[in-house]
Design a protein around this ligand. Structure first.
Ligand code: CMP
Length: 140
């Protein structure tokens, strides 16, 4: 059996505002992830810029920072085998219009930007992103 892995998931402001955070949490649990950490918070602009620093300079960066700081989010440390890949599969493609049927972004996403959820894309980004929100002792 392969090793357990952790990834960072975010339920974005659009989802929390629409009252579908609970439905997304249910989907996450039913898909076989263990929730090891969970917090609700609101990013300020500087925190959103820091989290998405890798996208600084891109055309969508300013709008992304605006969006991610517009309201509360839920951040999650998810665990299972192959968690990074499996969570990206469950989310679907960045653009909800081209996401596979049944994925979270297909079901709930409304645009490339307001795409409901985020997930780390590789082990090094998962390490950075988990550390951005959770101390080791807060993942239980
Ligand atoms: P996420 O997976 O959180 O990573 C970066 C985010 O930027 C992405 O989801 C979208 O919410 C947002 N975004 C907006 N426009 C684009 C774009 N053209 N390409 C990629 N991401 C975009």
């Amino acid at each position: 059996m392969s090793q357990l892995e952790r990834t960072l998931a975010i339920i974005k402001p659009d989802s929390v505002a629409r009252g579908i955070a609970g439905e997304i949490l249910t989907t996450i649990e039913q898909a076989g992830f263990r929730i090891r950490g969970l917090r609700m918070l609101r990013l300020d602009r500087r925190q959103a810029e820091g989290f998405y620093a890798v996208h600084r300079g891109k055309l969508f960066f300013a709008d992304l920072v605006e969006f991610m700081s517009e309201g509360p989010i839920v951040v999650l440390a998810l665990e299972r085998e192959d968690a990074i890949r499996k969570w990206r599969e469950a989310m679907g493609a960045t653009n909800p219009a081209s996401a596979a049927e049944g994925t979270i972004r297909k079901r709930f996403g409304t645009s490339m930007q307001r795409n409901c959820v985020h997930g780390s894309d590789a082990p090094d980004t998962a390490h950075f992103e988990l550390g951005y929100f959770f101390r080791e002792s807060e993942m239980v």
